[in-house]
Write a protein that binds this ligand. Structure first.
Ligand code: PLP
Length: 374
């Protein structure tokens, strides 16, 4: 069967291979059967292998969108101490919202959505906060939460440097790697990441529906006695149930897991390093095309992930985002609106099962559109 190939340039769910799509067509199975447990064991262990060793780290699976894993971490692992949340975009802001809902002690460090995080300033905040807290342990910063690739703008935060700061102050780092996991090489040990959140439908190139946490087992074990703040998203409970019988506590998205298994096989074949190279090659073609069309980028090239580009909307008479979207959509390309308040932008993500020739074609169609309106 031929499936129409759409090129998704929105930041996930990303374009998938036909083999990943077809992997979902399997005989019906009760997920409590051992045969399905084997699929989940494979998925969990191989997801861990992309970023660390199964001796030190473990993957905890949830049915849900990406936000579920971020909420699972924040609600499960912070006790009565303080978490510092770095907010340089919509997803950093979302972590603050979660902290607010769960009544966590948190400090928000607001950083520019388009400039690199000022690490000296970050360190000063930790020092000042912790010195004021001498009177009581409660206010000491125990965790820092940061987005790796802020999909709001395409900025890539330097988690390795932040991880070093965390090492110095004995802080556990939480990383939302939703739109970088399996697209940019990550080493949890080297970067000092204790908890990482991601989902099945972005750079791993599977279907939407699974959210996962990769955690240091040593750190996770220390959360055993924290009173659960919710039922479904508690990571210690999900982890301890899974480790004994390779089952999720609640009904898993069966077909999405079959697709994820296939997506993992394909990512291993390609390797994350080569996938990153492919994405970067696509990005270079995109940037050259934007230059040619005189379209300006919001984030400077050095700070960019090269997985997503925010483009400043041109001030051309006759331009409007919806018309551009519809024109491209009819030609098989899906683009995405911008998300920063300060400037009107739209976004192009070059993740998923896409290749340089797709981006070349996209630039051609984009040029066609702009030639038509000027
Ligand atoms: C960095 C980041 N965090 C969290 C999310 C939330 O994921 P979801 O929309 O799947 O809940 C996204 C989604 O794009 C994201 O890019």
């Amino acid at each position: 069967m031929e499936i129409k190939r759409n090129i998704l340039l929105n930041p996930g769910p990303a374009t998938t291979s036909d083999t990943v799509k077809f992997a979902q067509v399997m005989p019906d199975i009760c997920p409590r059967e051992k045969e399905f447990g084997d699929v989940m064991e494979f998925v969990s262990k191989e997801l861990t292998n992309f970023v660390g060793s199964n001796d030190k780290y473990t993957t905890i699976l949830f049915g849900g969108s990406g936000t579920a894993s971020v909420e699972a971490i924040l609600s499960s692992i912070v006790d009565d101490k303080t978490i510092l949340i770095i907010n340089n975009g919509a997803y950093g802001k979302r972590m603050c919202e979660i902290a607010e809902i769960y009544n966590l002690n948190y400090v928000e460090y607001k950083s520019s959505p388009i400039e690199e995080i000022n690490l000296n300033e970050l360190e000063e905040i930790i020092k000042t906060h912790n010195s004021k807290s001498l009177s009581g342990d409660k206010n000491l910063i125990s965790h820092i939460a940061v987005i790796h690739h802020e999909t709001t703008t395409g900025i890539l935060n330097d988690i390795k440097a932040i991880g070093s700061i965390c090492r110095k102050y004995e802080i556990d780092m939480i990383v939302d790697a939703m739109s970088s996991f399996a697209g940019i090489p990550i080493d949890m040990d080297e970067m000092n990441i204790k908890y990482l959140a991601s989902s099945s439908n972005k750079c791993i190139q599977g279907m939407a529906g699974i959210s996962f946490v990769i955690a240091s087992t040593e750190s996770l074990e220390k959360t055993k006695n924290i009173k659960p703040r919710n039922l479904y998203l508690n990571i210690y409970k999900q982890y301890s149930y899974f480790k004994d019988n390779y089952q999720m506590r609640f009904t898993p998205p069966v077909q999405v897991l079959y697709a994820l298994k296939q997506a993992i096989i394909e990512a291993k074949e390609e390797t994350i390093e080569k996938r990153y190279e492919r994405y970067k090659e696509c990005c270079k073609i995109l940037w050259a095309g934007l230059d040619k069309l005189n379209l300006k980028k919001l984030v400077n090239e050095k700070a960019s992930s090269m997985l997503l580009t925010s483009i400043i909307e041109p001030e051309i008479e006759g331009y409007n985002f919806d018309a551009l979207h519809d024109y491209l959509y009819n030609k098989g390309f899906t683009i995405y609106p911008g998300k920063v308040a300060s400037k009107n932008t739209f976004r192009i993500a070059n993740i998923g099962q896409i290749y340089p020739e797709n981006i070349n074609k996209f630039i051609e169609v984009l040029e066609e559109y702009f030639t038509g309106i000027v």
